[in-house]
Design a protein around this ligand. Structure first.
Ligand code: ADP
Ligand code: MG
Length: 423
């Protein structure tokens, strides 16, 4: 597998139209952007291109319009928001392909950018249609992919287009995601600890199996813990478990045992008879949950144990809240976990939308080495899958491209690549 690929830093973008695939799949509310984390994440790449005299042609999907024009999934509100953040004029094209988009792209002046309408208004985007890829490519001179969150999708603007533009390159967000995730996937500093929570085991089976080959221990919390407890024969009361995944959970426990990897389940729990805000709750004395009670958070003994283990680790990966974190007081376990990871000197990576939201609510984002916003793409990457969007960049890159981040020897500068090379 080729892993070397170009970075946007290696491109000579001056005077060029640069097709930039971003992930602007943001929640909208009242005609505006409800959470602009993803828009902000793309700013470094867009600023770099603008500062170097390039003309960004920005493209993204939003929601699941399933190949049709859905006015409520227009990127227009994002254009307004982006113009404010970038302090730049952003033109908006009503379609991501076609004559008008072509004219607008051609008429861009230095310092301006063009945002194309939702790529998924065309069914050819998700079909990775070659003709559509070519039409997208015809709008620009160069290609940059900064949509790490879409890298696990073999779509036209992610994969097909890389065959039609020279020197396809990774954006800065893409680079930093790959660097951090490659580090923990390929060469983590030991001891390496994973903390997994969240709603379901079923979402994360491949991730857990891959982690077993890398980590010293996995600390489990959240609703996922009850399925593992059931697999070990520990009573879980009325807590939710995935009964059709108990076999998977057992297989994971056996595999971990055979690999010498410890899977730590909670020592105690915060439980309630009726889950809901303001309802009475209590802490269990031990691991078992009595009939009639629902587990909603890890208890104080578990929090202390996990914090102690985290303090000794040199690499920590965390995915998934360890309790019902939207409803106090059941967020206390997740808050204590976030604080413990924030306090270590370890290389720390957190992935997953709900986990990152919890970290940000505590204002601890800057205390983590890396917040991986890639969602499904991050988890697939850590499950050992080669993501098609990254593969496409690597395969299309010239032989003398700089090594992928994370594989670059420290202190050595990569030679600038020949960006004019056409294939
Ligand atoms: P992430 O988005 O970080 O990957 P997940 O989507 O897997 O995390 O899971 C997050 C959800 O799991 C949250 O909505 C959280 O409230 C829920 N959750 C975790 N533990 C419990 C629990 N014990 N009871 C109810 N909900 C829980
Ligand atoms: Mg989630």
């Amino acid at each position: 597998m080729k892993t070397r690929k170009l970075s946007v830093r290696d491109l000579d973008v001056r005077g060029r139209k640069v097709f930039v695939r971003v992930d602007f799949n943001v929640p909208l509310a009242e005609g505006g952007v409800a959470d602009d984390t993803r828009v902000r994440s793309s700013l470094p790449t867009l600023k770099l291109i603008l500062e170097r005299g390039g003309r960004p042609i920005i493209a993204s999907h939003l929601g699941r319009p399933k190949g049709k024009v859905v006015p409520g999934m227009s990127l227009r509100p994002v254009a307004l928001h982006l113009a404010r953040l970038l302090e730049t004029k952003i033109q908006m094209a009503d379609d991501c392909v076609g004559d008008l988009a072509g004219k607008m792209a051609g008429g861009l002046r230095q310092g301006e950018a063009l945002l194309l309408e939702n790529l998924r208004f065309h069914p050819e985007e998700e079909a990775n249609d070659p003709g559509f890829s070519r039409r997208l490519a015809s709008l620009a001179d160069l290609y940059v992919n900064d949509a790490f969150g879409t890298a696990h999708r073999a779509h036209a603007s992610v994969v097909g287009i890389t065959r039609h533009l020279p020197s396809p390159a990774a954006g800065l967000l893409m680079d930093s995601e790959i660097a951090a995730l490659t580090r923990i996937r390929e060469h983590p500093d030991k001891p390496y600890l994973a903390v997994l929570g969240g709603a379901k085991v079923s979402d994360k089976i491949d991730l857990i199996l891959n982690l077993i080959d890398k980590v010293e221990a996995i600390l489990i919390g959240g609703a996922m813990a009850y399925t593992f407890m059931k697999a070990r024969g520990v009573p879980i009361g009325s807590s939710r478990s995935e009964d059709d995944r108990i076999d998977h959970a057992s297989a994971i426990l056996t595999r971990a045992l055979n690999s010498g990897v410890r899977i730590q389940l909670p020592l105690d729990h915060v439980v309630a008879r009726s889950p809901g805000p303001g309802q009475a709750w209590e802490t269990t004395p031990g691991q078992a949950i009595e009939d009639g009670f629902v587990g909603l958070d890890v208890g104080p003994k578990t929090r202390a144990l996990y914090a102690g283990e985290i303090a000794k680790a040199r690499t920590v990966f965390w995915n998934g809240p360890v309790g019902w974190c939207e409803v106090p007081p059941y967020d206390e376990g997740t808050r204590s976990l976030a604080r413990a990871i924030a306090a270590t000197e370890a290389f720390s990576v957190v992935g997953g939308g709900d986990s990152i939201a919890a970290v940000n609510r505590l204002g601890l984002g800057s205390r983590f080495s890396h917040l991986s916003t890639g969602g499904g793409a991050s988890l697939e990457f850590l499950s050992g899958v080669d993501l098609p969007g990254i593969q496409a960049l690597a395969e299309a890159s010239p032989e003398d491209a700089p090594p992928a981040p994370g594989t670059r020897p420290a202190g050595r500068q990569a030679a600038p690549a020949d960006v004019d090379r056409t294939r």
